[in-house]
Design a protein around this ligand. Structure first.
Ligand code: PLP
Length: 246
């Protein structure tokens, strides 16, 4: 599998789209893996269960089906790991809750998707996180807005409905210089047209409800992280109990 991932990492986007997330030889040549519907996973004995020494341990923690999709998304995003969530809004709130604590400060782009703003102004505020909104055209000038407790800088480009384009690389660099995590809602572009992690973003967020799922029949979100943030993102999704349906 690692060989295949290495080959795909060097391949063009169309090849990655056609060959990621499936291994036909494992399923008698059928192109896509079967859908695993599961909550409980059995262990062969008590020691294996106690030590969790088994790849799959419970439905919310991933199945071969969700792994196949995450592998395909990682191949597109260039990410170390992806979590699946039930909506695009959850793809924003899960990483925010995974990164922020009471007493922290977050910088959110002023042109952000409105329900993200609502989450920040209500629940984040109630949890003790201060939020400031910054000009989408600010670029490296957000340096002046960074505080000692700024832990998250959130971007979205083009901005929801107003379509400002942000200087992602410059903003991510400022965030990192101050020890903050850089997140980006990449819904509009999809990884076909922009790969945030290639430009210094730590966590790329998608309302897969939109382009990837056809924008009318499916509610779905994906969150993809680089190697540094992947353990924290995965832990947040498991702790909150959110996961993709089969
Ligand atoms: C639609 C959208 C979301 C939220 O997706 P839902 O699946 O509807 O919750 C988040 N961000 C952007 C930019 C969107 O367009």
């Amino acid at each position: 599998m690692q060989d295949k991932i290495d080959v795909l990492a060097a391949a063009g986007m169309n090849t990655r789209l056609a060959h990621s997330g499936n291994s036909p030889a494992d399923y008698h040549g059928f192109v896509n893996p079967p859908v695993v519907r599961a909550s409980t996973v059995l262990f062969p004995n008590a020691v294996t269960m106690e030590t969790r020494n088994q790849k799959y341990t419970y439905g919310t923690r991933g199945t071969p089906t969700t792994d196949a999709l995450c592998e395909a998304i990682d191949a597109l995003e260039g990410s170390s790991g992806t979590v699946l969530v039930p909506s695009g809004l959850a793809a924003v709130t899960v990483p925010f809750l995974g990164v922020l604590s009471a007493g922290d400060h977050a910088l959110i782009v002023d042109s952000v998707y409105f329900p993200t703003r609502h989450f920040c102004d209500t629940m984040l505020k109630r949890l003790g996180v201060a939020v400031d909104y910054y000009d989408p055209m600010a670029g490296a000038a957000i340096e002046a807005l960074m505080k000692p407790n700024t832990r998250l800088v959130h971007m979205e480009a083009p901005g929801s409905n107003t379509f400002e384009m942000q200087d992602i690389g410059a903003i991510a660099a400022v965030a990192h210089r101050h020890g903050a995590v850089a997140t980006m809602d990449n819904t509009w572009a999809t990884p076909l047209y922009f790969r945030p992690l290639d430009h210094g973003v730590d966590i790329s967020i998608h309302a897969a409800t939109k382009y990837p799922s056809g924008h009318s029949d499916v509610l779905f979100g994906t969150v993809s992280a680089n190697a540094a943030l992947w353990p924290r993102l995965k832990e947040a999704a498991i702790t909150l109990g959110v996961c993709g349906a089969p």
